[in-house]
Design a protein around this ligand. Structure first.
Ligand SMILES: Nc1ncnc2c1ncn2[C@@H]1O[C@H](COP(=O)(O)OP(=O)(O)OP(=O)(O)O)[C@@H](O)[C@H]1O
Length: 788
């Protein structure tokens, strides 16, 4: 009584008075409603609306408003809708395509939020702590197939059974029963190999598996033949008989709902009616429910939306047929339940309320505790359920086993990439053609491409000795031509990278230049020079030629001096290059780029794998199904982290083995620091993948986001060019990007051998860990606020 009294609205005295005055009349009209209009109006105005009575229903929706789009351009889906689903009933939710049935159902299962209004499901608020909704109290069959094609039917049922914490034995028993009931083939068949109709039945089997209190079936009979459709309906009638199971079913086949206890006709965001099908057909004198729907739609179109006026037309002296389900017998305590039309524009009242004017409060069965506090993300974090994690991790690994090809690709791709990198990037170009017009050579020598090399302290045709030295570099191939113009033409036509001209008296002039020193004349100096004209269009190649033409010269002079018993140092540039403190005398680009490349490969593969896997699940409805089954966002994230971690670990091990063991890239530091940095980096990619999959809706957008972030990161993180060479403002920005500091850190570990005590190294770890946290927080926020 108290609970009811608490929930009575401010008009309660009037309501009570009205109820009292009408009690006697209503007592005699248990099955026949014969009320005058005034009494009906009072009835609609004064329904007892209490918290307790709402919680007695399987589902109770009040004044539900739901819209999509912005407030400026709203797409109103539910417009003050009321709905009452009595416990133990089959409730057929009918309406045209796009009228909002799925939206309403997803609000009921706690996957979307109303803009305003109330929903009570099985005595609690969906999504609140302890309500069990979403969760095992619900069995949900979404419109999409929402199953893993790579799993067998049996594995599919095991997965959902594990989520519902069913013992293995029970799962097996139910599997046998459901396969038989739904006329499904052998359980070892892969879901992807089932026909469309069989897949839908399989989806229904998943919803029925754990015998939930509330079954929500979104168009379960599409693509199902009439015989099987009938057997599905028979089963639904059967399971609702004891009153413990309630079914809400949507369908396009309106007349199929004749077997429902109650049907709700949804149109224009409101319930046109909420009655038993027999009652509706009698009330509207119609042969079929389609005809009823049509009549009500016409009335709605005519603007007769006020309940009172509609009621006037529809409420005639009608004998209310008894509902076949004893659980719905209105002579029991549910008399006191509410009618759905109490607040909104619904034009008919719930069949649950045949005699709503009872003054006797029902003896309510014990209710589950109602907790208003919505289940927060952090709450979900600490109530992670082990059977959920077990199911998710089992599913993820099974998926991997079933997709060995994809897994080999995922693990093998970084290895292939690093092999390609090591073979393709950072090595000095070889075989660069150099056209030489050597006027010390005879025409015949040029024709034969033969420049004679005299060894020892022999000062004959010294230009040939220089070119011999040059050819030893392997970077250049010398091609002798007859005149200067031909040499230049070779470069102009792209057949050579450099044209060299040697004057006829080169050897004598060079000797005189060395011997005479300061007193040598300009003509001699000029004649002892090599003239070089290069194609400088390619920075890497021209730098290399520039370097090797000079180095070869130094080596040639040193060689001559030592052959002639002179101090070879006289040929040096007067700079003494001591042993390097870090690195080698001849650094290569591979060593410079490798840390960045390794980190980039691991990072972006993690992004792609994570966002791809999550989006596929989301878009094919599997994620939705799991969430309705009670799996939470944190559980999915944790299970993904566990499974992805193993993938990432193997990626890291293979990449490092190939880089440092097979290709022997420079590594003088602690390999474990490198491994730790790679794993953190993969984790960072994974969390970025979570952010992408939560933020965007399609794989295509995810690809754009991943690509859009890949290019700037590669360019700005000092992977292909030193940060010191960047525009000063960019140098500041780039310091905050996820791969910049880790790349510097890894480079220092590998090439300088620095450890964790060095700021450059630990800053890399701090930076990447901070990004992991940032991405995790973003994911949490997106999960929380992008719910619907
Ligand atoms: N996430 C969304 N964002 C924007 N609009 C949406 C969204 N989901 C659904 N809608 C729109 O809301 C309306 C109702 O969609 P809903 O899927 O609930 O209808 P339905 O009655 O279940 O349709 P059907 O019977 O064809 O499945 C449609 O116009 C749909 O385009």
């Amino acid at each position: 009584m108290d609970a009811i009294a608490e929930g009575v609205p401010p008009t309660a005295p009037a309501a009570a008075a009205t109820a009292a005055t009408t009690t006697a009349a209503s007592a005699t009209a248990a099955t026949t409603v014969d009320l005058d209009l005034a009494a009906r109006r009072r009835l609609f105005m004064s329904q007892p609306s209490t918290l307790a009575s709402r919680r007695q229903q399987a589902v109770c929706v009040r004044r539900a408003h739901k819209m999509y789009g912005s407030s400026k351009n709203p797409n109103i889906i539910l417009d003050g809708l009321n709905m009452t689903v009595p416990k133990g009933s089959i409730y057929g939710l009918l309406g045209a395509s796009g009228c909002g049935k799925t939206t309403l159902l997803s609000c009921i299962v706690g996957r979307r939020r109303l803009n305003s209004g109330e929903i009570w499901v099985l005595g609690g608020r969906p999504g609140s702590r302890g309500s069990g909704v979403p969760g095992p109290r619900i069995g949900y069959m979404p419109q999409e197939i929402a199953l893993y094609g790579e799993f067998t039917m049996r594995e599919t049922l095991i997965y959902f059974g594990l989520i519902a914490a069913m013992p293995r034995g029970d799962i097996e028993d139910r599997t046998e029963f459901l396969l038989k009931l739904l006329n499904l083939p052998n359980g070892s068949k892969f879901v992807k190999n089932l026909s469309g109709g069989q897949q839908r039945r399989m989806s229904l089997a998943v919803a029925l598996l754990h015998e939930p209190e509330l079954l929500i079936l979104d168009e379960p009979t599409v693509g199902v033949d009439p015989v099987l459709r009938q057997s599905i309906w028979d089963h639904l009638v059967d399971i609702t008989k004891n009153g413990h199971t309630t079914v809400i079913i949507t369908t396009h086949y309106i007349d199929e709902c004749a077997q429902a206890h109650v049907i709700g006709l949804l149109r224009g965001g409101k319930m046109l009616a909420e009655e038993s099908p027999t009652y509706l057909r009698q009330q509207y004198n119609a042969d079929s429910l389609e005809a009823v729907f049509l009549k009500l739609s016409v009335m709605q179109n005519m603007g007769k939306r006020r309940r009172s006026s509609i009621a006037q037309e529809i409420v005639e002296q009608v004998t209310v047929p008894a509902i076949s389900n004893p659980a719905l017998d209105m002579s029991d305590e549910q008399h006191a339940a509410e009618i759905s039309g109490e607040f909104g524009d619904n034009i008919s009242m719930s069949s649950a309320v045949r005699d709503p004017i009872s003054s006797v409060a029902p003896v309510a069965p014990p209710l589950p505790p109602a907790q208003e506090i919505p289940a927060s993300f952090l709450y979900n974090m600490h109530v992670m359920q082990s059977h959920h994690l077990h199911a998710l991790i089992w599913k993820n690994f099974l998926w991997m086993i079933r997709n060995v090809g994809i897994m080999l690709f995922i693990v093998g791709l970084p290895v292939v990439q690093i092999i390609l990198f090591c073979y393709a990037i950072g090595h000095d170009p070889t075989g660069l053609r150099v056209a030489v017009a050597n006027h010390e050579m005879s025409e015949e020598m040029i024709t034969q491409q033969l420049c004679p090399v005299y060894t020892g302290c022999n000062q004959t045709m010294m230009s040939c000795r220089y070119f011999d030295r040059l050819a030893k570099n392997k970077s250049m191939v010398v091609h002798y031509v007859h005149d200067d113009e031909t040499a230049y033409e070779e470069v102009r036509r792209g057949r050579a990278w450099a044209a060299l001209v040697v004057r006829p008296n080169y050897t004598e002039s060079l000797l005189e230049r060395v011997e005479a020193g300061r007193s040598v004349d300009d003509g001699t100096v000029e004649a002892s020079d090599l003239d070089v004209r290069m194609d400088w269009s390619n920075q890497q190649i021209s730098q290399l030629l520039y370097r090797d033409l000079q180095y070869s010269y130094f080596h040639f002079v040193e060689d001559m001096l030592s052959q002639c018993n002179e101090n070879s140092k006289l040929g040096h540039v007067p700079v003494n290059w001591q042993d390097p403190i870090y690195g080698y005398r001849d650094p290569n680009f591979t060593d410079f780029a490798a840390p960045g490349v390794i980190l980039t490969i691991i990072f972006f593969l993690s992004v792609a794998i994570t966002s791809g896997a999550m989006l596929i699940e989301r878009n094919e409805g599997m994620l939705e199904r799991c969430l309705v089954a009670g799996i939470t966002g944190p559980e999915i994230l944790l299970a993904q982290v566990v499974t992805q971690f193993t993938v990432m670990l193997s990626q890291t091990v293979f990449v490092l083995l190939v880089s440092f063991y097979f290709f022997e890239l420079t590594m003088v530091g602690d390999i474990w620091l490198v491994v730790a940095l790679c794993i953190l980096n993969g984790l960072c990619g994974m969390t970025f993948g979570f952010v992408i999959s939560c933020a965007v809706d399609t794989e295509r957008t995810a690809t754009y986001v991943a690509m859009g972030s890949f290019l700037p990161i590669v360019m700005l993180c000092g992977i292909i060019w030193p940060i010191e060479g960047m525009y000063p403002l960019l140098q500041i920005i780039t310091a905050f990007l996820p791969l910049t500091k880790p790349t510097e850190s890894m480079r220092s570990i590998l090439q300088r051998g620095w450890g964790m005590e060095n700021p450059v190294v630990y800053n890399g770890f701090i930076s990447i860990s901070s990004w992991v946290l940032v991405f995790l927080v973003l994911t949490i926020l997106l999960l929380k606020f992008k719910k619907g």
